[in-house]
Structures are given as structure tokens and as C-alpha cells.
Design a protein around this ligand. Structure first.
Ligand SMILES: [Zn+2]
Length: 62
């Protein structure tokens, strides 16, 4: 297991460079929805969401 997403999948790579949705740098990588995103940027965003979910669930709000 390498991070939360399976970035080894060819679905995460495109021959076209597009600006990362998070930082705007050109990238060949795509996130799980096919949106251009660097691996590190997408994993940072996912970690943030996971942290929020964890906070809410520990407060019994989910
Ligand atoms: Zn980025």
C-alpha cells in the first residue's frame, strides 16, 4: 500500500500535461476523478479530508 490511492494504475497518468488543480504546476498525473493533480497535492488534500472526518466521527457528528 503506497498512500491512499493506487497511483500505479495507468488511469492516473495522461500523456497530456495539465495544470494541477491544487498548485497549478503542469502534471501528467490525474486524481481518482480524472482531474489533473500532483500525487503529493492530492494526497495532502485527502489527508486533510480524512482528518476532518476523523474529528467529526470522534465527536459523534457523523
Ligand atoms: Zn500540485
Amino acid at each position: 500500500m503506497n498512500g491512499l490511492l493506487n497511483w500505479g494504475s495507468s488511469a492516473h497518468w495522461s500523456p497530456d500535461e495539465r495544470p494541477c488543480r491544487y498548485c497549478g504546476h503542469p502534471t501528467h498525473l490525474r486524481d481518482e476523478r480524472g482531474t489533473p493533480a500532483d500525487k503529493v497535492c492530492a494526497e495532502d488534500a485527502l489527508a486533510e479530508v480524512a482528518g476532518i472526518v476523523q474529528t467529526y466521527s470522534s465527536q459523534g457528528q457523523l
